[in-house]
Design a protein around this ligand. Structure first.
Ligand code: 3BY
Ligand code: FES
Ligand code: FE
Length: 423
């Protein structure tokens, strides 16, 4: 625990913290930012991890990152190391990356390709479905290998996205969203894409401040000159601020997309998931400095460079921009009450050649700048919130409805999951 965490500690035990969290979320005003403790208290952070990140579906990566049988990647969900691997039947599976011998992490690299999963400590070896194959010769006659398989986690894929849920027992329902995602992602053929660039920023801010920041563009004109070369400041075709010119432009674009069989209609699955294709500024194709494509090879069956950006929101931890030549995916990983990792990946067609079809620095420039600007905003937001002078402030219903929606989902989810405890 850091010095900061100790300063901010409001509770002496987790039961008190749960009761207070329940009370605070029931009593909060939906029009106001959250009370301070929800952004900096270590007990309340633990509750966020237990009730949100360990019970809900999380975005963890793309299926093309584990392109063939034996390809794996690792990801941390709070204190839980998780392993994602493609088995020999081409199914993407998730396991707790924890050896059933004495608990070592089994896969230690971020990514790799293996025949079986061998623990580096004493070489216990698991197959790609998690069954224990080998535990040496010294475990005694009564040792039953079938009892020591890797612990599975729920894992679903759709449209090239991988979602994992660490819930014990049945995970929350997600099928309708996954079905839609599959059809909206169809033109992109993400199985035949590759990661061209990747970054992870460590931000000294609570994870909710990172998401809140992403859910509004009120801050865009003050902070994101590069992004605003191409991005329209509203986030949705239904935005209350949309002008008649925008509506006319959108109608033209939508008619084109319809003719080409490119899905674009706004769909929502509760407040947790939303897909919508938004045009970019007229005359620009993708989010580069000059608005021209970053990769000469388009994804999947895409022909038209002017597909705007299909935005995919998945709470609690991901937003994404799907464009004609590249897609950008974002994953948020809370580390502690005031520390969050934000990983960004830029993906292009797997046959696109670096230096020939695309230039990595041109591809990533706008969102590298934007991410750094957003980190600064989230960190300054956190420092102000830590003040004894902080009090929850009002959201704008036109500019910040995305933030209101996020916090409604968050409060609802925590309250729903807290009912499993006897408060
Ligand atoms: O473009 C994004 O990902 C988000 C959505 C609205 C503003 N912000 C930069
Ligand atoms: Fe994995 Fe011993 S901890 S083999
Ligand atoms: Fe921003």
């Amino acid at each position: 625990m850091t010095e900061h965490d100790l300063l901010n500690m409001k509770y002496s035990n987790i039961e008190d913290a749960r009761r207070d969290m329940d009370h605070t979320l029931n009593e909060r005003s939906r029009q106001l930012s959250l009370p301070q403790a929800l952004y900096n208290d270590p007990f309340l952070f633990r509750i966020d991890m237990e009730e949100v990140f360990m019970k809900e579906w999380l975005f963890v990566g793309m299926t093309c990152e584990v392109p063939k049988p034996g390809a794996y990647m690792t990801v941390e969900i709070g204190q839980n190391p998780v392993l994602i691997v493609r088995d020999r039947d081409n199914q993407v599976r998730a396991f707790h990356n924890v050896c059933r011998h004495r608990g070592s992490r089994v896969c230690t690299a971020n990514k790799g390709l293996v025949a079986n999963l061998t623990c580096p400590y004493h070489q216990w070896t698991y197959d790609l479905k998690g069954n224990l194959l080998y535990a040496g010769t010294e475990m005694g006659d009564n040792f039953d290998k079938s009892e020591f398989g890797l612990k599975p986690a729920h894992c679903e894929t759709a449209g090239g996205f991988i979602y994992v849920c660490l819930a014990e027992g049945e995970p929350p329902e997600i099928d309708d969203y996954l079905t839609a995602l599959d059809s909206y992602m169809d033109p992109y053929d993400m199985e035949n894409a590759k990661v061209a660039a990747e970054s992870t920023l460590e931000e000294n801010a609570n994870w909710k401040l990172v998401i809140e920041n992403n859910r509004e563009c009120y801050h865009c004109s003050g902070s994101h000159p590069e992004l605003l070369r191409t991005l329209l400041e509203w986030d949705d075709t239904t935005d209350p601020r949309a002008t008649p010119e925008f509506k006319e432009y959108y109608a033209r674009q939508a008619a084109e997309w319809d003719r080409e069989g490119i899905p674009h209609k706004h769909v929502e699955f509760g407040l947790q998931n939303r897909i919508v294709r938004m045009p970019l500024k007229e005359g620009t194709a993708v989010m580069t400095m000059d608005g021209k494509p970053a990769c000469s090879k388009k994804l999947g069956r895409i022909q038209n460079q002017n597909l705007g950006s299909m935005r995919i929101l998945h709470l609690p931890n991901s937003w994404n921009h799907m464009q004609s030549d590249h897609v950008i995916v974002f994953m948020v990983q809370p580390v502690s009450a005031q520390k969050t990792l934000v990983t960004t990946k830029w993906l292009v067609h797997k046959d696109a050649v670096e230096g020939v079809d695309y230039d990595v620095s041109r591809l990533r420039y706008v969102w590298d700048q934007t991410n750094k600007q957003d980190r600064e905003l989230a960190e300054q937001n956190q420092r102000g919130i830590n003040s004894t002078a902080y009090q929850p402030g009002p959201y704008s219903e036109t500019y910040e409805f995305g933030v209101i929606n996020f916090l409604d989902w968050y409060a609802e989810t925590v309250l729903k999951n807290l009912t499993r405890h006897n408060l």
